[in-house]
Design a protein around this ligand. Structure first.
Ligand code: NI
Length: 160
């Protein structure tokens, strides 16, 4: 496994639409593992392919709970419900946070790392994270959706 370089705000790859993965093979599994490692390294709760310069529909999420890291290939939104106002950041926008409206619940279908079809029904923080990462696959960034006047820059407490 390897830590990948995270593309940051201003990198035009973040604005491109990611492509479907045709086959879930060892190469894809390796990318997913690297994405998990990179997300953990920077204390993120999610990471999408374009953020490491790979324009494929790949997403990892980890809320650091019993569900462990979730790896999604070609995730597709089936349904969303309700609204929640949340505080949000993004590994591609270091130290920036803002308030944003996300769906309260989402249902998605995807392939897992073995190429098997899975369905995830999520609410709260997991629904927020899924919605954020699915946006990345369309080239949509959280700053596109912030509630005006809520963007804050928070200085890191220490350099890790
Ligand atoms: Ni993000």
């Amino acid at each position: 496994m390897a830590i990948r370089i995270i593309r940051e705000n201003g990198d035009e790859i973040l604005r491109k639409k990611a492509r479907e993965v045709e086959k879930v093979d060892d190469k894809i599994r390796e990318i997913l593992n690297d994405m998990v490692e990179t997300m953990h390294k920077f204390n993120g709760v999610g990471l999408a392919g374009p953020q490491i310069g790979i324009l494929k529909r790949l997403v990892v999420i980890d809320l650091y709970d019993d569900d462990g890291p979730i790896k999604l290939v070609n995730p597709k939104l089936i349904k969303e419900d309700g609204k929640q106002e949340v505080e949000e950041g993004c590994l591609s926008f270091p130290n920036q946070f803002a308030k944003i409206i996300r769906p309260k619940k989402v249902v998605i279908e995807a392939l897992n790392e073995n190429g098997e079809k899975i369905r995830v029904e999520a609410e709260g923080l997991l629904a927020q994270a899924i919605s954020h990462e699915l946006d990345h696959l369309e080239g949509i960034l959280f700053v596109d959706k912030i509630i005006p006047g809520t963007l804050e820059y928070v200085e890191p407490e220490n350099n890790k």
